[in-house]
Design a protein around this ligand. Sequence first.
Ligand code: NIG
Ligand code: FE
Length: 409
Amino acid sequence: MNKPLLIGPFTQLLPMTGLPLKGALKDEQLPIIENGGILVSEEKILKIGVFDEMKSADVDIHPIEGQHVCLPGFVDSHTHICFGGTRARDYAYRNAGKTYLEIAKAGGGIWDTVTQTRKASQDELIDGIIARSQKHVKNGITTIEVKSGYGLSVDEELKMLRAIKQANETLNATLVPTCLAAHMKPKDWNQDKNYLDVIIKELFPILKTENLANRVDAFVEESAFSPEEIKPYFQKAKEMGFDITVHADQFTTGGSQVAVDFDAVSADHLEASTEKEIQLLAKSNTIATALPGASIGLGCAYTPARKILNAGGALSIASDHNPGSAPMGNLLTQASILGTFEKLSNTEVLSGITFRAAAALRLKDRGKLEADAVADFVIFPTDNYQEITYHQGQLKPSEVWKKGINVCK
Ligand code: NIG
Ligand code: FE
């Protein structure tokens, strides 16, 4: 067996440990280990601490030359990176004054991507997921949630989820799949049966037998599914043991109440949330996920992240990378910009893309640098962690480690 590998020294090592899951965080609370090191064995962290104190004849060393800051590999807890085609036309329409809902009603929007995704083969979808994930890895993101939702029939949703599963097998990132068969009502649905009934009866069991997803999502919105319509879908998903997550309060409220009622792991978007929804979420176990990439892509308000944290809520920040509302896909840029608009501390921003994002995916083994965690971490060429958000995503990692391997030299 190989000796454990000691990586360091790091000018600053940010383990992101000892911080609460919920509520506001000040930078004074951020633990920093100066001249830190990480001891790794196989895929896991054995220990973190001061580099010089961990050196011994029993370890190999991966030296870090110069000034560097190391923190947990980032977690992007909400994406739609499995899709075909582009929506550049929607973007131009929007900037010409048409609204998201107007474009959707005129035949653009999500349905346009459904049409383009259905035309793509499973292999083409895999290639797209891999290309987008590799960009994410270069930016320090080592765990990526990926939704279906551009298939909107049993077979097409399966094609997407099988593509996600296969891409996961070849990637230097962990993909966490989510079934979003309730992204909108399929426009070509002409059977007598209710669409969601068919999804419940025919798709959900296959998700289990093929191990394609253990999370189920829905878009609760006027243009998609009302709170009443979505209840049987979430009810069945819960009975079958799926985790629930909800696209909630993006344009109108109602979704966050559904999320809390079903004890969802997360309620995502929340741009339209008012004080009532903020209080509701803050008192619940449901993690609030801000998607600044969608606000930037649509030119809409940001999720009230400051108010959510002040009310005692847990805040994850995710890219929502998708061809329609959030085409940019750069999580660190978006999280940093959310910080400037919502007045978030660095600790709140970094928590939102590390351990709080991991919690939104119910992953306990990442998002923090501690013994037994997966050895996923990102190294930036700077002497001060404040430089990371300050450069708004333009300071690039010098190394990214995934499961104990340097995957981005
Ligand atoms: O999270 N809001 C609904 N779904 C996506 C948008 C998908 C699309 O426009 O293609 C979102 O923003
Ligand atoms: Fe989304």
